[in-house]
Design a protein. Structure first.
Length: 405
């Protein structure tokens, strides 16, 4: 009975951090901690588990952080892989705990059937929990500046300790772990419903065709009817205030990598980006690129004095300044660079942060660090868009054939 309780209690841990949970389970199994008569783990075992999991968590966060910064279109595959990994890992853990992988000659048919039911239930429950967890994480990561503030790092560190303690609790106190699942599932369900309600509040049915339309959309993605859009706030969420300036609203949409017509998120930015929902191009003409770049230049110039003022504060000013930069529309061009230019821009930003982080603590001199990082990143991401506009102008225009008489 203890094995079945341990399996059910492990759902939140495999559903949130499957690699960490699997590593913890493997290390505990290697030291015989899953045995019935196993006592408390020795000190070196606990130290080894915590150290190994910390290294795995740091490597995973570093790799995905850089990969998604260069290839944003890989982000959906990361979430699908996370859900699949959680489901498979949970089923393997359940099969090991209930002995489902033993040969049929060693166990009766009823035990094998019960083991298969437990493994299937573990997979289904882990799948549901992992999908809810990924939706919550996607909602958090969509907030600009959340990474610079360290919110995701604190959350991931908390999840790391949560999974370590949870797997250990499932191993040595499965009854208590099973009771602890109820409040955990309740909290995740509550957060998921809040996120879903927030997403639904940003959409409205089109009066003409009843198509679900984003409140910030200028056109309905179904029938193309014009509508009065709602303005965006500093983090890209819709407000109840109508957009006063259409041109400024289009810039705000493109700055958040949204379609200029239906306001749906673009899979990837760039001069040739196209909306998968309504088919509208992000920049229909080279002049649209220039208008966008001029607006981004003005936004950067307006925020540079504020960045200098914030950057004058030692240590804290660097983090706060980068967060303000991400929240503002001054970083609009960063969403529309190609992967190689995003890679160069990221290398420039990281290099400047490492090179000037020591100067940032120097009074007055440190105030120039954050504006310098902002300008360097802006110029690096601006160049491919300007080059695309110039190339389009230089391209020969095909003559229109005369109309038949």
């Amino acid at each position: 009975m203890g094995s079945y309780l341990a399996v059910l209690a492990a759902v939140p841990y495999f559903g949130s951090r499957p690699l960490i949970a699997t590593t913890a389970a493997l290390l505990l199994a290697a030291f015989g901690a899953f045995e019935t008569d196993a006592g408390a783990p020795p000190q070196f075992l606990a130290t080894g588990v915590i150290g190994t999991l910390f290294v795995a968590w740091s490597a995973q966060r570093f790799v995905w952080g850089h990969v998604e910064a260069v290839w944003p279109h890989l982000s959906p595959w990361r979430w699908r892989a996370a859900v699949a990994t959680a489901t498979v890992s949970g089923m393997v853990f359940a099969g090991y705990r209930v002995g489902a992988f033993a040969s049929s000659a060693e166990r009766p048919a009823s035990a094998l059937l019960l083991g298969g039911v437990v493994v299937g239930a573990m997979g289904a429950l882990t799948l549901v929990f992992a999908r809810a967890h990924t939706r919550i994480r996607q909602g958090l990561e969509a907030i600009p500046g959340v990474d610079e503030l360290g919110v995701l790092m604190v959350l991931e560190a908390g999840e790391l300790l949560f999974v370590i303690g949870g797997i250990a609790l499932c191993t040595f106190a499965p009854t208590i772990a099973a009771l602890a699942v109820l409040p955990i599932i309740g909290m995740v369900t509550w957060a998921w419903f809040i996120l879903r309600a927030r997403e639904e509040s940003e959409r409205i049915a089109c009066p003409a065709c009843a198509t679900s339309t984003h409140r910030a959309a200028l056109r309905c993605p179904g029938c193309g009817a014009l509508r009065e859009p709602s303005a965006l706030d500093v983090i890209g969420r819709t407000t109840r205030t109508p957009a006063a300036d259409t041109q400024a609203h289009v810039f705000a949409l493109l700055a958040r990598c949204r379609c200029r017509a239906c306001a749906e998120p673009l899979k990837a930015g760039g001069p040739e980006a196209c909306c998968a929902r309504c088919g509208a191009r992000a920049f229909p003409t080279p002049d649209d690129i220039r208008v966008f770049l001029r607006a981004a230049d003005r936004a950067l110039m307006r925020i540079l004095p504020l960045l200098a003022l914030i950057g004058a504060v030692p240590v804290i000013g660097l983090v706060a300044g980068l967060c303000v930069l991400r929240l503002s529309s001054a970083s609009a061009v960063a969403a529309h660079g190609r992967w190689k230019h995003r890679l160069v821009a990221r290398a420039v930003r990281v290099g400047l942060m490492m090179a000037f982080s020591l100067l940032q603590v120097v009074p007055f001199v440190g105030a120039a660090v954050v504006p310098l990082i902002a300008v360097a990143s802006h110029l690096s991401n601006r160049r491919p868009l300007l080059h695309a506009a110039s190339t389009a102008d230089a391209a020969p225009v095909e003559p229109v054939p005369p109309a038949p008489a």
